[in-house]
Write a new protein. Structure first.
Length: 279
């Protein structure tokens, strides 16, 4: 399938196209933050604290007089970076784990019992426990979220691997004496790209919400790092007198996570032949 045709089919649904445009706008703002925001996100101005939206401050100011628009735009870099690293790390680790468990029968049971044990804990509680053990730094938050979402990817990849390894073309290359590593890399992994791509989009959205939740509970990244979650957490006590300090960061979280979920649904519908036939 050629890329232009795939993109046309993906954008055929209007809701997916809107979600893609919103997500692209957020990414562009994050990349070009120094050009789109004239204020420094960490500059304080006590005399301007908790000022409402105006021509000077498009989204108002927070409790320290910092420009909220500048903090949201710069904070997009951190929030998206945390989510991207979590998605990539989870998919890489989960794919390796799922491939090994699905292809090697002897390793399937012990590996899946570990995965089941990790998935028995609620995501947010496991993340809180891991961050409490590792320490509240940006790297540790990413590591904790990777450990939380790796089992989900592993189960999806394992299920697909169990089906693919029984297909005739895999039996044929095994009969020809092809190395196991080559079978996994060249023959099984390419056929797993559809569920893997869907998992990337969903975990990206989950990671943004999880980081915001951890920061809101006080166990996320350090307060000096302006992620959307730390903005909501640091300003919640002023929400009753200046609603915009939590409204705009909250809307950024909602729109980004929702756009990723809708885009993931579109990718899943495009790549799943059963859903394509149903439509």
């Amino acid at each position: 399938m050629k890329l232009p045709r795939a993109l046309r089919q993906l954008m055929h649904r209007r809701i997916v196209m809107v979600a893609s445009v919103v997500l692209a706008a957020i990414v562009v703002l994050a990349i070009g933050a120094p050009w789109f925001a004239s204020f420094d996100p960490n500059d304080t101005a006590v005399l301007d604290r908790l000022k409402g939206p105006s021509a000077e401050h498009l989204m108002g100011t927070d409790e320290l007089g910092r420009d909220l628009y500048a903090r949201i735009v710069h904070g997009a870099r951190y929030s998206l970076a945390i989510a991207a690293m979590t998605a990539i790390g989870s998919v890489v680790c989960g794919t390796i784990l799922g491939l090994v468990a699905g292809f090697f029968r002897k390793l399937d049971t012990p590996l899946m019992r570990v995965v089941d044990a990790m998935m028995s804990f609620p995501d947010i509680l496991l993340a809180i426990a891991l961050v409490a053990i590792l320490g509240p730094t940006l790297v540790n938050v990413v590591l904790a979220l990777v450990l939380v979402y790796t089992p989900r990817v592993a189960r999806v990849v394992r299920a697909s691997t169990l089906v693919i390894r029984e297909l005739l073309f895999v039996e044929a290359v095994r009969a020809l004496g092809v190395r196991t590593s080559r079978i996994l890399w060249r023959h099984i992994l390419p056929n797993l790209m559809s569920p893997i791509l869907v998992q990337v989009s969903f975990i990206f959205a989950y990671a943004i919400l999880a980081e915001a939740g951890l920061s809101f509970l006080g166990v996320g990244v350090p307060p000096e790092i302006p992620t959307w979650g730390t903005m909501v957490a640091g300003s919640q006590q002023y929400a009753h007198q200046a609603f915009w300090v939590v409204l705009f960061p909250g809307l950024a979280i909602i729109f980004t996570a929702l756009s990723l979920q809708l885009l993931g649904d579109g990718v899943r519908d495009l790549l799943d032949p059963k859903l394509k036939k149903a439509v």
